[in-house]
Design a protein around this ligand. Structure first.
Ligand code: C2E
Ligand code: MG
Ligand code: MG
Ligand code: MG
Length: 296
């Protein structure tokens, strides 16, 4: 599994060379799973922070916390690889709780010290973590202990949540909104949910999936889709974030569409906490932070 992942990401055409047998893949997945359960206690998990930028002013308005696993032998393991495993075996619950605490603690520290003013923090919450009975308590507890203003916290959920018990989901969303936090629909447009959920649930933000942003400046259809989603957001009074914005042409297209917020490598990769602070000190334009060493 790991070898396949490396081969897939390491370069085209290498997939065949490294493709392990199904059995080997399963063994490797088991190994990763076993090691993951010790990763939290071993201090191998860290958060990186990717800036979210106000497109008209190019100011950083907040960060998304993104989980990183620094494995002693395997190096940096992608969340795309280990989150699904953690989701399968339930480890996502303690890991997700740690992510919430750490991201909220960090946001509270920045709330009082950042020269950029009131920065927001976004935290991804997976389906299984969302469904866990402790979630609302965990969020409330982390907020209370840190002193973070609840409106500065955004929880990112996905449309897959709406494929679950809709009554329970609805109740829990209500409880979270009662805490005063914001809710974002991540990877918007890639799921199967009906648009009626946008009316039914008190969602604050749509994050347009990268796959749409990829085509915003290069294809008529791509542009039309992003225009439609941006318009939908405006009409429903939802905030819209363009995810995975990688170049100036995309930025220009999004600006012309009045898309308010963007996030992507064009502005900055996810940064260590230390580099995020450097970016805050450099000032409002993340593009000016080109000198910052960016971890991959
Ligand atoms: P996501 O929440 O949609 O996060 C955005 C992903 O896109 C991140 O990948 C980010 O590094 C990447 N990205 C941002 N800008 C660009 C760009 O311009 N180009 C490209 N190619 N990629 C860009 P990452 O950090 O690998 O995370 C992948 C996914 O893993 C996340 O997608 C999220 O679903 C999940 N994830 C990450 N951290 C957590 C966590 O703490 N908890 C949970 N439950 N899931 C997490
Ligand atoms: Mg996200
Ligand atoms: Mg996303
Ligand atoms: Mg995504």
């Amino acid at each position: 599994d790991l070898a396949m992942y490396r081969a897939k990401t390491g370069g085209k055409g290498r997939l065949e060379v490294f493709q392990p047998s199904h059995h080997t893949a399963m063994l490797q997945r088991d190994a990763v799973r076993a090691e993951l359960s010790g990763a939290l206690d071993a201090g191998q998990l860290q958060l990186h922070y990717q800036p979210i930028v106000d497109i008209p002013t190019q100011r950083v308005i907040g960060f998304e916390a993104l989980l990183r696993w620094r494995h002693p032998e395997r190096g940096l393991v992608s969340p795309l690889e280990f989150i699904p495993l953690a989701e399968e075996n339930g480890l996502i619950v303690p890991i997700g709780r740690w992510v919430l605490q750490e991201a909220i603690r960090q946001a509270a520290e920045w709330q009082n010290r950042s020269p950029l003013g009131r920065l927001r923090m976004s935290v991804n919450v997976s389906v299984r973590q969302f469904q866990h009975p402790d979630l609302v308590h965990d969020v409330a507890d982390a907020l209370a202990r840190s002193g973070l203003e609840p409106s500065l916290l955004t929880l990112e959920i996905t449309e897959s949540l709406f494929a679950q018990d809709i009554e329970a989901t609805s109740r829990k969303i209500g409880l979270l909104k009662d805490l005063g936090v914001r809710l974002a629909l991540d990877d918007f447009g890639t799921g199967y949910s009906s648009l009626s959920y946008l009316r039914r649930f008190p969602i604050d933000t749509l994050k347009i999936d990268k796959s749409f942003i990829d085509g915003v400046a290069t294809s008529l259809e791509g542009h039309a889709l992003v225009a439609a989603i941006t318009q939908l957001g405006q009409n429903l009074h939802l905030e819209v974030v363009a995810e995975g914005l990688e170049d100036g042409d995309q930025l220009q297209a999004l600006r012309a569409l009045d898309c308010p917020l963007g996030q992507g490598y064009h502005f900055s990769r996810p940064l260590s906490a230390g580099d995020a602070v450097k970016l805050m000190l450099i000032g409002k334009k993340p593009a000016a932070a080109a000198g910052i060493p960016v971890p991959v």
